[in-house]
Design a protein around this ligand. Structure first.
Ligand code: GTP
Ligand code: MG
Length: 234
C-alpha cells in the first residue's frame, strides 16, 4: 500500500509495473557506466532493515536474519528512462554496540537516507527523531532526500503506530511516508516502488562529476561560488 505524500516535497510514488522501468538484477546492463548512489538505511534494531533491503535486492523474504554487525552492503542496478544507475544500499546495524565504530562511515558522502520503524513497536517509532538528529549531526545536507518507512504492516492486529501519527511526524519533517511489509509477498512491488521513488529523485539531481568539467568550467564554478559568498551575509 502507498501512503499519499501530503508534504508537497516533490516526491511521487513510483510503481514499477510497466516496462519503462527495468529492474537490473537479472539483466546484463552496462554497469560500468552507471552512476552510483549511496543510500543508508537507519533505525532501531529489529525493525526489519535487513529484510527490507534483502527484499529489494534479492527479491525474497530473508528468513532468520541475524542482527547486523557494522554494515551489510547490497546493490541493485536499475534502468531508468534509458539510464543505468546503481543503488548501493548500506544496511546499517541498529544495535549501538554493533554500530558505534562505523557511524562516521555510514554518513560520509551519502545520497539518500531511509529511516525505518516497526509499526508494531511504538518505541521504534519514538526513536525516529533521534535517528534524524544523528543524521543532522553528521552534516548530511538538507538536499539529501530522506524518507520514512513503517515496516511489518502484515502484523495487523499487533499494530501500535497509527498511520495518522506517522503521517503527522513525517509531515513535520517534510518527509514522504511509506508503510509496507518486507515479509508479505503481496508487498514486493511496493517495496520496489519505495526504492524506485528514491532512485528517480536521485536521478533527477544529477550530481556533478568534477572530472567532467573543463578547466574553464571549474574556473566559472569557482567564480560563481566567490560571488555567492560575497552576496550572502548569513
Ligand atoms: N512479520 C514481519 N516480520 C518481519 C518483517 N521484516 C522483518 N521481520 C522480522 O523482524 C526481525 C528483525 O528483522 P531484521 O531485518 O533483522 O531487523 P534489522 O532492523 O535489520 O535489525 P538489526 O540488524 O539488529 O538492526 C526478524 O525476525 C524478521 O524476520 C516484516 O515485514 N513482517
Ligand atoms: Mg539488520
Amino acid at each position: 500500500m502507498a501512503i499519499e505524500n501530503k508534504a508537497g516535497d516533490g516526491f511521487d510514488t513510483v510503481f514499477c509495473q510497466n516496462d519503462s522501468v527495468g529492474l537490473g538484477s537479472h539483466h546484463d546492463y552496462d554497469a560500468a557506466q552507471a552512476r552510483i548512489f549511496k543510500i543508508i538505511v537507519i533505525g532501531d534494531s529489529n525493525v526489519g532493515k535487513t529484510c527490507l533491503t534483502y527484499r529489494f535486492c534479492g527479491g525474497t523474504f530473508l528468513k532468520n536474519p541475524e542482527a547486523t554487525i557494522g554494515v551489510d552492503f547490497r546493490e541493485r542496478t536499475l534502468q531508468l528512462d534509458g539510464e543505468t544507475i546503481k543503488l548501493q544500499i548500506w544496511d546499517t546495524a541498529g544495535q549501538e554496540r554493533f554500530r558505534k565504530s562505523m557511524v562516521e562511515h555510514y554518513y560520509r558522502s551519502v545520497h539518500a537516507v531511509i529511516f525505518v520503524y516497526d509499526v508494531t513497536s511504538l518505541i521504534s517509532f519514538e526513536s525516529i527523531p533521534e535517528w534524524i538528529e544523528e543524521c543532522s549531526r553528521h552534516s548530511v545536507g538538507p538536499m539529501v532526500p530522506r524518507i520514512m518507512v513503517g515496516n511489518k504492516c502484515d502484523l495487523r492486529d499487533r499494530r501500535e503506530v497509527p498511520t495518522s501519527a506517522a503521517q503527522c511526524l513525517a509531515d513535520s519533517y517534510s518527509f514522504p511516508l511509506f508503510e509496507t511489509s518486507a515479509k508479505d509477498p503481496a508487498e514486493k512491488e511496493h517495496v520496489d516502488a519505495i526504492f524506485l521513488t528514491l532512485a528517480y529523485r536521485l536521478k533527477s539531481h544529477k550530481p556533478m562529476r568534477l572530472k567532467q568539467l573543463s578547466e574553464s568550467g571549474v574556473r566559472q564554478l569557482w567564480n560563481q561560488r566567490e560571488e555567492e559568498a560575497t552576496i550572502c551575509q548569513c
